[in-house]
Design a protein around this ligand. Structure first.
Ligand code: AVI
Length: 332
């Protein structure tokens, strides 16, 4: 059965359980390194906690990226030109999207999101703010090629993917996504789309670890919320007080990893299955990759995009990169 539960289009079983959530959790907790995909953070409570994270003193990415979008409008306009259909991968954020739309005089705005409710809300807010702008929200999983509304097919396209969300994917998935974006934007149909993407930068591990383990404990609550969600939605019996939030810099993979660490040996059930964890054992819940100038370029190129220009905030913590779809050619 397909139903819209206000969070996203979900596939529910006869007991109203989200099949994909249950499968990911049961499979992930059977692995040697227990893991739960980060996409399950974002139920209603998790989405609110993430909003709170973006306002924390320690969590610099949102402020840094907003600073770039505010400061570089005329440069974006010069390189991107006017009249493009802006295709945003994810529902528009209330602050960042208007900053872009204000400076480039777009021909249309198309937010793509798997979550119908968030999508409609943010599209309505944007439409109210930009009265003459055609807004065409599309409910879809942008990890795959998405068919765009016929009203924008004739317009040149600009993809917009802020927030360094690309960093939450392992490189292979990130490359798949960049290639899907290229296909969605019509790169194979002769158009030469552009992409404006936020990518967070490698920096002092202490700064990164503080950004993902803030003093107020909001990120800890965000991380632990996934266990509460399992208990509520999958009939779990996980003792939440037996887990602590951990954020560590993994230098080999240039990423912050978030884990939930068992403070003592625990046993619990989920959907009638039993699980046991040793004291100190962890559940890996998120990767947040950080980039250098070269690693960002390499990833974009692997995904079929040629970097055109890169901007940093005043403290050089975060980058926004403009790229154009690479033309296919066989020779170097
Ligand atoms: C959504 N994403 C880009 C955030 C990040 O920084 O990786 C998620 C997040 N996790 C903990 N704090 C923020």
């Amino acid at each position: 059965m397909k139903a819209n539960r206000g969070i996203a289009l979900v596939d529910l079983d006869e007991d109203g359980v989200d099949r994909a959530f249950r499968a990911d959790v049961l499979t992930g907790l059977r692995q040697q390194q227990k893991a739960i995909p980060a996409r399950w953070f974002y139920d209603e409570a998790g989405s609110q906690l993430f909003e709170a994270i973006t306002e924390l003193e320690e969590y610099y990415p949102t402020r840094a990226e907003t600073e770039i979008l505010r400061a570089r409008g005329s440069e974006f306009a010069a390189l991107i030109g006017s009249g493009r259909a802006v295709i945003e991968f994810g529902s528009g954020s209330s602050v960042k999207t208007p900053l872009l739309l204000e400076c480039i005089a777009p021909g249309a705005y198309v937010p793509l999101d798997i979550s119908g409710d968030f999508l409609r809300e943010s599209a309505a807010a944007l439409a109210a703010k930009f009265p003459g702008l055609p807004v065409h929200p599309v409910e879809a999983d942008f990890m795959r090629r998405v068919a765009l509304p016929q009203e924008v097919t004739a317009l040149p396209k600009l993809g917009f993917f802020p927030g360094s969300t690309i960093g939450n994917m392992v490189p292979r998935t990130a490359v798949d996504l960049l290639r899907s974006m290229r296909a969605t934007l019509g790169a194979d149909e002769g158009d030469c789309p552009m992409l404006l993407i936020g990518m967070d930068l490698v920096k002092e591990p202490a700064v990164l670890e503080a950004a993902y383990d803030d003093a107020q404990g909001v990120t800890a609550e965000f991380n632990l919320n996934v266990l509460a969600r399992i208990n509520r939605e999958l009939g779990g019996t996980i003792p939440l007080d037996a887990f602590e939030h951990v954020a560590i810099w993994n230098d080999d993979f240039a990423r912050i990893e978030m884990h939930l660490r068992a403070l003592r040996a625990v046993t619990f059930e989920i959907s009638g299955r039993s699980f046991a964890m040793q004291e100190g054992e962890t559940i890996h819940t998120e990767n947040s990759h950080k980039f250098t100038h070269r690693s960002a370029n390499m990833l974009l190129q692997a995904g079929g995009w040629t970097p055109v220009q890169r901007w940093l905030d005043s403290e050089e913590r975060f980058s926004v990169i403009l790229a154009r779809a690479t033309e296919h050619r066989d020779a170097p």
